[in-house]
Structure formats: C-alpha cells, structure tokens
Ligand binder design. Structure first.
Ligand code: FES
Ligand SMILES: [Fe+2]
Length: 449
C-alpha cells in the first residue's frame, strides 16, 4: 500500500508502517471473528471499568457488563480496588445484578453464599455438608487485574497484560497537565446499537468524515489536513491533534466575519469577534491569551497546560476500543463494546467529565445543561428510539446501521482507504495479528503508486 505520500500530516516521531492488509467485511459480520475477539483480543487489553467516585468506602461495588462477561470492582479496606469475575463459584450464578452496589457481603441470589470485599467466601448454608469440609475462608471469587489511573478504574482478564500506566502510554504523560484525577463524570450515557463495535472504532480512527457528517464543526474546529497532526504509537494507540478555536481551512472562513460557533467561543472569553473580521484565524491566539489572563479568576486551573492544550482538541484513540477526547474544559470518553452473541450489534458508551470549578454549579453537556455533579445525567437507551447520545455522537451513530447493512453485501470487496485513514489500516492489521494470527491478503489498492 502506498502510504509514503499524501496530503495528511503524520508525526515524524510517531508513525508506524502498515502492510496493506485487506480490511475484509467478515470482521464486521461473522461469528468466527467475534469468537476470535472474545478468545484473543478482549482478554489481552485493559478495560475502563468505571469511576473511582463510585468506590468511596469498603464494600462499594461497580459492575461492568462487557459482552458476555461481567466484572465487579470492589473497594477494599486498605483503600485499594480489586476486580473479580461476577460469577458465583458454587454453580455459576451471576452475583451482582445492579450497576453499583454497596454491601459488606456479596450474597448470591441462588443458595445464598456470601463473600466479603476481598472476594473470600465467608458464609454458606449447611457448611458441614461439603465432602472436603467447610469451604468458608478457602474459596475465593476469581480475581483479575485491577488498577487505577486518574479518576478511572481499569480491569484486565489476562495476567500478562502490561502494567496499566505502561499500557496507556504515552497518554498518562501527555494528559498530565489536565489534572484529570479531580474531574467529575457528569454525563454517563449508553445505548444498544445495530452494528459491529468496530464500525464506530473506524469512525474515531479518521477525521475524513468531519466535513460530511459533522458540517457544523467546521466553523470552530479546523479539520484541514495541513494542520491536523496524526500520531501513531507502537503499542497500537494513536492520537490526533486538531486545531480548535479556528474555522476549517477547507473553505474560506478567514476573509469574512467570525463565523457562528467561533463567534460565541470568542465572546465567552471577553473577545470582541467583530474586531477579527478578515483575520478570523487569529481568534485562537486571542483565546489563548484570554485564558492565561482570566482563567484563574474564573476558577480554571490552566497552569500546567500548554498553549495548544488550551485551545485545541486532543483525540486519544486507544487500541482497541477506547477514545478520550480532551479539551481543557471537557473530557469525552467514547467507546463501543461487543454484544454478547451478535456480531452485528454493540453497546455504545458516551461519558463526559468536567473539571471542578469553584462556584460553577452547572455545565453544558452534549445533551444540554446539567448540574456539575457525579452522574447528573445517566441513562441507557436503544439507538434510534429518539433519545440523544449527544449531537455529534448521534451524527456518528447515524451511519452505523447503514454501513453494517452495506458490509453484508456480496458487492463489498474490502475497504479502499485514503492516506489520512491510515490509522484505520493499522487498527485492522493489529486486529488481524491478534485475532487471526496472520495478515489478510493485500487490499485491492495495495502497492499502487
Ligand atoms: S450458585 Fe451461588 S450460591 Fe449457588
Ligand atoms: Fe465523528
């Protein structure tokens, strides 16, 4: 595949070669691929399980249903968090049935076996009736890896997954200045969707769709290729720096008035947009200066952020299924998770976190204003039933079902990507390596000069 040239801009320091494997349709539609992912992919990566804010006291529990698995994370007496499969060792009943719980003992709903916060069996009915003697104190829930980063709790099924901070690299370092550990998850949305989880992963691995699917963003996010920087890391994660507080360079927004969107963003920082007529691209620098000058008095802590972090959008796409999009005032978590049995379905999740700002009672979320408090808006819906998952997310999801339908067609011969979609190519090559154990055949356009 000819990926040596093109209009898109890749970091010289963080770039990765791709082979040009065909991105076949079966990965979105077949049960074999889904089974391969359950067996080889999902156990080998860290999963974002929940928020530390839900684990304040010993015995507080978060349940994370992931595909056909269910994991529970439990706060321990010493302040640490342990994660276990949510399954009773007696005869396999699922133990915790709610999203969060707080209990000194987890009690199985079938025969009443009880476990303490450390996962140890502490009480059973008829303890003398076991051939091997009373199992209490000897039997434990099956524990898996658990670790925290910032305000988040993660879990991993395999023991040999790299330590969390190492696995997340380079993001813990890159995101340090935002001080995410204090941020509050205000928005917690999820929805059942009628497409494979990778369809939205592909979408988050490219910005080619911005002008067509999100035309409204063009007035205050510059999606032009010359200024958008893509970074690809060896571990499979990648990122995109997109210039914010500036209109797209795909059209002439510079010579006229400051366009709507950018206009309001400027006004919000006390900048008169009318003064920037004919030089609208300079609004970005003015916002940087205004934030430096007035940020602290408005309760924001911008002290450890770079100028770029103050105004631009940093999209962090972690292999395989987690996206963290940063601006100084909002952190969006977007991800898709597989359906337990159907490769043509997934669960979409959208969280928004906000920094604690003194005196601020309300924040603007993608679905409207909400109080600045943990899980102020929380809901699960079915995509397409009219419940919004956020304006921009709705736009992305709108292509999911029709793309899934198209991928089912005998007429689809495999993806044909632009240079700027190279992150999609790498994503699928890594999947081929992990799930299939080998590359697929070369794409039809591979090797063309
Ligand atoms: S299955 Fe849990 S106590 Fe029997
Ligand atoms: Fe999008």
């Amino acid at each position: 595949m000819n990926v040596q040239s093109g209009a898109a801009r890749y970091s010289a320091e963080f770039d990765q070669p791709v082979r040009g494997d065909m991105i076949t349709a079966d990965r979105y539609t077949s049960r074999e691929w889904m089974e391969g992912e359950y067996e080889k992919l999902w156990p080998s990566v860290w999963h974002l399980g929940g928020m530390l804010a839900d684990l304040e006291e010993e015995g507080d529990v978060i349940r994370h249903n992931f595909g056909r698995e269910s994991i529970i994370m439990i706060k321990q007496a010493d302040g640490s968090v342990k994660a276990f499969y949510n399954v009773c060792p007696h005869r396999g009943n699922r133990l915790v049935l709610g999203d969060i719980a707080s209990t000194p003992r987890i009690t199985c709903g079938y025969h009443g076996w009880q476990f303490d916060a450390s996962g140890t069996l502490v009480d059973v009915q008829d303890p003398d009736d076991f051939p091997g003697g009373n199992p209490c104190g000897k039997v434990h829930l099956t524990e898996i890896q658990c670790a925290t980063w910032g305000p988040f709790v993660f879990w991993a099924m395999n023991d040999d997954v790299a330590p969390l901070e190492e696995w997340l690299a380079p993001f813990p370092e890159r995101l340090k200045g935002y001080n995410l550990e204090n941020w509050v998850r205000v928005l917690n949305l999820s929805a059942d969707c009628e497409f494979n989880w990778k369809i939205i992963r592909d979408n988050f691995n490219e910005s080619y769709h911005l002008p067509t699917i999100h035309p409204e963003l063009a007035t205050f996010i510059n999606d032009g290729l010359p200024t958008t920087l893509f970074e690809m890391y060896e571990n499979g994660h990648n990122s995109m720096w997109m210039i914010g507080h500036q209109a797209t360079s795909r059209k002439d927004y510079v010579s006229g008035d400051v366009p709507p969107g950018l206009y309001e963003a400027a006004e919000a920082w006390g900048i008169d947009p009318k003064e920037y007529r004919g030089r609208t691209q300079e609004v970005r620098q003015a916002v940087i200066e205004a934030k430096r000058k007035h940020g602290a008095e408005r309760g924001y802590d911008y002290s450890e952020m770079t100028d770029q972090q103050l105004v631009d959008y940093f999209h962090c796409t972690l292999f395989p299924n987690l996206t963290i999009t940063m601006s100084p005032e909002q952190c969006q978590i977007l991800r898709t998770e597989p359906h337990p049995t159907d490769p043509a379905k997934c669960v979409f999740q959208h969280w928004c976190l906000y920094p604690p700002v003194k005196g601020m009672k309300e924040v603007v979320t993608p679905v409207g204003n909400a109080p600045l408090k943990h899980d102020a808006i929380q809901r699960h819906s079915v995509y397409g039933d009219g419940v919004s998952l956020g304006f921009v997310a709705d736009q992305d999801l709108s292509i999911g079902t029709t793309q899934q339908q198209g991928l089912n067609s005998r007429g689809f011969k495999g993806c044909m990507l632009t240079y700027q979609e190279k992150r999609i190519q790498r994503f699928h090559e890594l999947l081929n390596d992990v799930v299939l154990g080998h590359p697929t055949e070369q794409a039809p356009n591979a090797g063309e000069e």
